[in-house]
Design a protein around this ligand. Structure first.
Ligand SMILES: Nc1ncnc2c1ncn2[C@@H]1O[C@H](COP(=O)(O)OP(=O)(O)O)[C@@H](O)[C@H]1O
Ligand SMILES: [Mg+2]
Length: 283
């Protein structure tokens, strides 16, 4: 869907590149996550891909054609929900959506969407009187009104409560399951783990790692199994390599001891985040 080659961008008044030579691809039908610490260049990369920022170096292809060759038609294809809610504060939520609907050829019925995110009751409230969390949810609905092919979500669950975050995550997955493509950024690793088919870590404008969450966990984890059991009232912990679990000692232990926990040693995305970004930041 998107092919990005050696993308570089420097904000006009800055002397360092916010995005400093990144290569990646977003494949049709996947949820691709851009992870990294604050200031890493996540939002900037998204702004570049939606043509909000101009004057980059490198190449960005959307469906095989340079992004620069697209006109406003490009916006028919995309849905954008960024951290800063964009709505007219004097208009009601519904009026806002009606306004934006007029800009698009294909549109959806907003009622089910508003109901789903819990804003239907408040649809006649002025957007300016919405709480931060409500504005984010409204923004998310707005991103979906043109039946986009690709959704750009910048820290989508940041600033909303866990129940609404879960609803939003379900909706993002459903969007993908119905054939949509998603490019999201996040620093909330549990969300990323739940949602993303593939992730890339970005630090100081450069990509560090790119793979499926599963492969990263296998790569950074230890190939061990840890068993905890009671022996004469004491807690005993034993570690076995993945090879050693084929041996009689391990089976004997399972058969004869009162096992309390068994874990294999995959690491969490949180640990990988700290490892990958820590090394990149501090050498
Ligand atoms: N409008 C701007 N003008 C100048 N520098 C900016 C601007 N927006 C972001 N930056 C800088 O670019 C770098 C990347 O920022 P950003 O893409 O927002 O990071 P992230 O989204 O990963 O937190 C940071 O050093 C940030 O300070
Ligand atoms: Mg950001």
């Amino acid at each position: 869907m998107f092919k990005v080659k050696d993308l570089k961008f420097r904000y006009p008044k800055s002397d360092v590149c916010a995005v400093n030579g990144v290569d990646f691809e977003i494949t049709d039908g996947e949820i691709f996550g851009f992870l990294g610490p604050s200031g890493a260049g996540k939002t900037t990369t998204q702004r570049l891909l939606i043509k909000l920022l101009k004057g980059y170096e490198g190449e960005v292809l959307y469906q095989g054609k340079p992004l620069t060759e697209y006109g406003d038609d490009f916006y028919q294809d995309i849905g954008v929900s960024f951290e800063m809610p964009i709505s007219f504060s004097k208009l009601t939520a519904l009026e806002n959506l009606e306004f934006f609907k007029r800009l698009y050829k294909n549109t959806v019925d907003v009622e089910p969407l508003l109901k789903r995110v819990g804003l239907w009751e408040d649809r006649h409230k002025k957007a300016g009187e919405y709480s931060k969390g409500m504005k984010i949810r409204l923004n998310f609905v707005r991103a979906l009104i043109n039946k986009p092919k690709i959704l750009f979500l910048d820290e989508p669950t940041n600033g909303i409560d866990p129940v609404n975050a879960q609803i939003m995550k379900d909706m993002i997955r459903e969007f993908r399951d119905e054939g949509g493509t998603v490019f999201l950024t996040s620093h909330i690793m549990s969300d990323v783990d739940e949602l993303c088919d593939r992730v890339a870590f970005i630090v100081n404008g450069k990509l560090q790692e790119e793979d499926t969450p599963r492969n990263l966990k296998l790569k950074y984890g230890k190939r061990i199994v840890k068993v905890e059991y009671r022996e004469n009232g004491d807690l005993v912990t034993k570690e076995f390599s993945m090879e050693a679990i084929k041996e009689p000692e391990f089976h004997e232990l399972l058969r004869t001891k009162d096992i309390e926990t068994i874990h294999s040693g995959e690491t969490t995305l949180q640990d990988i985040f700290i490892k990958v970004t820590g090394v990149a930041l501090h050498g």
